[in-house]
Design a binder for this molecule. Structure first.
Ligand code: UD1
Ligand code: UDP
Length: 367
């Protein structure tokens, strides 16, 4: 039984579910943590994911309420379906809920993307990662660092260095990235008519531009940080295209920053996975607080500036492909303007075979 619910988990499941197919029977549970079509349905269409077997429709809520709602339903499903294993991905509330519900029942708990730590426990994702790893029976770690981290925390049983399943998915779609003109897919974010925000300003043809994403609570829910990010991105010499997560749109409006953001940034609706990767290939640089985007930038040779003080993808920083600048406007400008592609690009997260390793290992463990 695989538990998914948020945008990056659909991307990860696209690789793993495909690899599991024909080896084990998989029941997929969509928690409903993400429900807007552009955060959910679009990934199922583009990545040809089967319709989930169960839809929990939990929606948005506080951390405790959302996590609890998923837990109650997963426990019920585990009791009804009696799966041999429950598989969870990454670090969202859906991950934690699946882990907590499953670990107190019979099934083997499997964590894909185990052993990652940013070292920042103020992030809900860090708490989710730590708790999930300490509940899990089987840990698929994307890197050697992740394996070592688990070892430092006393977790040595059931640890497999698998590589990164997001790389597998990216390789699966790479040939489709040239198919389309991404500019057609960009829709201005929010209510555009009254904002005077026009699609013809968007995506600058062949010109250099910066792609940006912002959605971390630490950035969206702290008005000073959000303002500083808007200031930094607006001050860049290149146009900035920012597919905006709904929580970011809401925060900009709440804090009275919407007009100011529109002045300096091309805010667009979230785009599908293929279009996002197309933008990432076309962009000169990317500025982001996303976990997945830091890796995808590395895979697609786009220098990355991360709008956080810490990262769980530490290797991207160590190899010079990523710089951590937090939310400081001056640092954002300096880092984005001066970003270059390092000469070397070592294999950090495997070679795109993580999902098949995981599937082989899962099949073996389940007998
Ligand atoms: C969640 C994950 C984060 C992950 C991100 C991927 C947690 C704690 N956070 O953050 O780790 O990086 O998903 O994108 O699990 N909303 C909508 N439509 C939707 C979904 C959400 O409008 O389909 C709005 C709601 O106002 C909601 C807010 O976005 O309150 C935040 O959604 P939530 O799922 O709680 O967290 P994310 O910021 O999406
Ligand atoms: N992504 C997307 N459209 C967007 C922004 C991101 O398809 O407008 C994809 C991106 O390519 C990556 C995943 O969503 O595969 C990352 O999700 P997100 O940044 O929301 O979460 P995180 O990785 O930080 O948990």
């Amino acid at each position: 039984m695989s538990v998914i619910g948020a945008r990056p988990q659909f991307v990860k499941a696209a690789a793993v579910s495909r690899a599991l197919s024909g080896r084990v029977d998989e029941t997929v549970v969509h928690t409903g943590q993400h429900y807007d079509p552009e955060l959910s349905a679009v990934f199922f269409e583009e990545l040809a994911l089967d319709e989930p077997d169960y839809h929990l429709d939990v929606g948005s809520d506080t951390h405790a309420a959302q996590t609890a709602a998923v837990m109650v339903e997963i426990e019920r499903l585990v009791d009804a379906e009696e799966p041999d294993a429950v598989l969870v991905y990454g670090d969202t509330n859906s991950t934690l809920a699946g882990a907590l519900a499953a670990t107190k029942r019979e099934p083997t708990l499997v964590h894909v993307e185990a052993g990652l730590r940013s070292g920042d426990r103020s992030m809900p994702e860090e708490v989710n990662r730590i708790c999930t790893d300490h509940c899990a029976d089987v840990h698929y770690a994307p890197s050697e660092t992740a394996v070592e981290t688990l070892e430092r925390e006393g977790i040595t049983d059931g640890v497999v260095r698998s590589g990164d399943v997001m790389y597998d998915t990216l390789l699966q779609v790479r040939d489709r990235l040239a198919d389309d003109d991404v500019a057609d897919a960009l829709v201005p974010a929010g209510e555009t008519a009254s904002d005077g925000h026009h699609a013809d300003r968007l995506v600058p043809g062949d010109d250099a531009f910066v792609l940006a994403t912002v959605h971390r609570a630490a950035n969206t829910d702290d008005p000073d940080r959000l303002e500083s990010i808007v200031e930094g991105l607006s001050a860049l010499s290149r146009p900035v295209v920012l597919p905006a997560h709904p929580r970011t749109v809401a925060a900009l409006r709440r804090e009275g920053l919407w007009e100011r953001a529109l002045d300096g940034i091309d805010l667009v609706e979230p785009v599908g996975y293929l279009d996002f990767l197309r933008l990432l290939v076309a962009a000169d640089r990317v500025a982001t607080d996303s976990g997945g985007v830091q890796k995808e930038a590395f895979y697609l040779d786009t220098p990355c500036v991360t709008l956080r003080e810490t990262t769980e993808w530490v290797e991207t920083v160590e190899t010079g492909w990523n710089r951590l600048v937090g939310a400081d406007a001056d640092r954002i400008v300096e880092a984005v303007e001066s970003a270059v592609r390092p000469a070397r690009k070592p294999d950090l997260y495997g070679s795109g075979t993580a999902a098949s390793r995981i599937a082989t290992d899962v099949e073996r463990r389940l007998g």
